[in-house]
Design a protein around this ligand. Structure first.
Ligand code: GTR
Length: 348
């Protein structure tokens, strides 16, 4: 059952079914302490990268950034455009579009989104008024949302088996590389968000990088916060997503079609990797394709890991009415959650 309320928490009434026990090691022994769980973190990551997303290369050595524009906005903020390059001759290039609120002498928290191509944040002025830097980039500058590996970042790492999700997550990490060098940025309060396919990349980025204090995948569905096992009616399946978007994932993932229960993890494992940092999953009740009900199950399973770390208050599952979109309600839920996590403010 899913409570139809846009509250930060909903009643944990759904029984967690069919998802692998997050405290069971592959050899059948149980993880008993947070430090034992930490010792298993690398093996959970390895399994997810090996079977689902492919391997993500380390940061490039020659990342450089140039501010190409800086303009005042009507509401007192400054809009900056940054060109980030790396690789031989600056072969890989993408742009950050940053809105820095005015009137703040202290470093500020950041909301970083990789969905520039989708129109991104609908409420930039409100984000600035609440004291958050908004940084946007277009993840398709890093890897195209299409098959083929001869453009974007792929030629830089010809031996890697990653798909677009991994490349886009790498893009989030490179944007963080830049942001943490900026005096107006509070490097301990960087949140990442993204919608749908961008939400899948957001979650992967947040799971793998401890510099990210808060991950907020929106309507991320299959390959994001929704499970491969325990699908709800109308939800996207592994078979369907791989038929249409095979290039998002590691090339061997189709071997698990029809035998999803053989995957050594499910998506609650990816959610759990964010622990004990903060995680907000945002869903739309009418977006059945993105599986809000299944996502409630992964949320409950991952929450056990957060609670195990004493961080049960750092994970929340938010539902709103409506369909597939990253709308102002979702962004406000993120701002409220971030205010609570970063500054201890009460959730309205
Ligand atoms: C759909 C895809 C989903 C989701 C969505 C989107 O076509 O099946 O997994 O990513 O696109 O990005 O809006």
């Amino acid at each position: 059952m899913i409570a139809k309320t846009p509250s930060m928490e909903i009643d944990p009434l759904t029984v967690v079914a069919e998802l692998p026990d997050p405290f069971l090691r592959p050899d059948g022994t149980r993880i008993a302490t947070p430090s034992e769980w930490e010792a298993c973190r690398a093996s959970i990551q390895s399994a997810l990268l090996r079977d689902e997303y492919g391997h993500i290369p380390p940061p490039p050595e020659n990342l450089s950034a140039a501010e190409i524009a800086s303009d005042p906005l009507s509401y007192g903020a400054t809009e900056k455009r940054i060109r980030i390059t790396c690789g031989p001759g600056g072969a890989v290039q993408f742009h950050l579009h940053v809105i820095v609120p005015g009137g703040h002498s202290e470093p500020m928290p950041v909301l970083l989104v990789g969905d520039r191509c989708w129109g991104a944040a609908p409420i930039p002025q409100e984000i600035a008024a609440r004291g958050y830097v908004l940084a946007e980039f277009d993840r398709t500058e890093i890897a195209p949302d299409a098959p083929g590996r001869d453009v974007g970042v792929y030629p830089l790492y010809p031996d890697h088996d990653w798909g677009a999700m991994g490349a886009w997550a790498w893009g989030y990490h490179r944007a963080v590389d830049y942001l943490v060098t900026q005096p107006y940025v509070d490097a301990s309060r960087i949140a990442v968000t993204g919608h749908s396919r961008g939400g899948k990349a957001t979650l992967l980025a947040g799971a793998l990088d401890e510099r990210i204090a808060l991950a907020a995948p929106n309507n991320s569905g299959c390959g994001g916060a929704a499970p491969y096992r325990a699908k709800s009616a109308g939800a996207e399946t592994l078979e369907i997503i791989l038929r249409v978007f095979p290039y998002w994932f590691q090339a061997q993932l189709p071997a698990f079609i029809g035998r999803e229960d053989q995957l050594p993890f499910d998506q609650h494992s990816l959610l759990a990797l964010v622990a004990p940092r903060a995680l907000l999953i945002t869903n739309a009740l009418g977006d059945l394709w993105a599986d809000p009900e299944g996502t409630h199950q992964t949320y409950l399973a991952a929450r056990e890991v957060f609670e195990f770390f004493g961080a049960g208050g750092r994970i929340a599952n938010h539902y709103r009415e409506g369909k597939h979109a990253h709308n102002a309600d979702d962004w406000r839920a993120l701002l409220d959650f971030a205010d609570h996590q970063f500054f201890g403010k009460d959730v309205p």
